[in-house]
Write a protein that binds this ligand. Structure first.
Ligand code: SF4
Length: 82
């Protein structure tokens, strides 16, 4: 089964035409977690992470976001599907 995630963040490495996410997996986290944890902490560690409450939609983020052409694209182990 393939994922089906819509996303409108078009400067992300994983974004593709049609407003789709082409990452094979993503990690959604709280803003606070995203702001304080390095890029390498992502889907590869998801099962070990402690769940947190966010409170509102505004306090969640996609931890798997990485800018296009970034040299950090391969740090988190997430793969871009075709
Ligand atoms: S990794 Fe996150 S920000 Fe990037 S395209 Fe997918 S859902 Fe959007």
């Amino acid at each position: 089964m393939t994922q089906h995630i819509h996303c409108i963040v078009n400067d992300c490495h994983y974004w593709k035409q049609g407003n789709m996410c082409a990452a094979n997996e993503i990690l959604v986290a709280t803003d606070q977690f995203g702001a304080t944890q390095p890029d390498k902490i992502d889907c590869n560690m998801a099962k070990q992470l402690t769940p947190q409450t966010a409170g509102t939609c505004m306090q969640t983020c996609c931890k798997s976001y990485v800018p296009k052409n970034s040299n950090k694209v391969f740090q988190d182990g997430v793969k871009k599907m075709s």
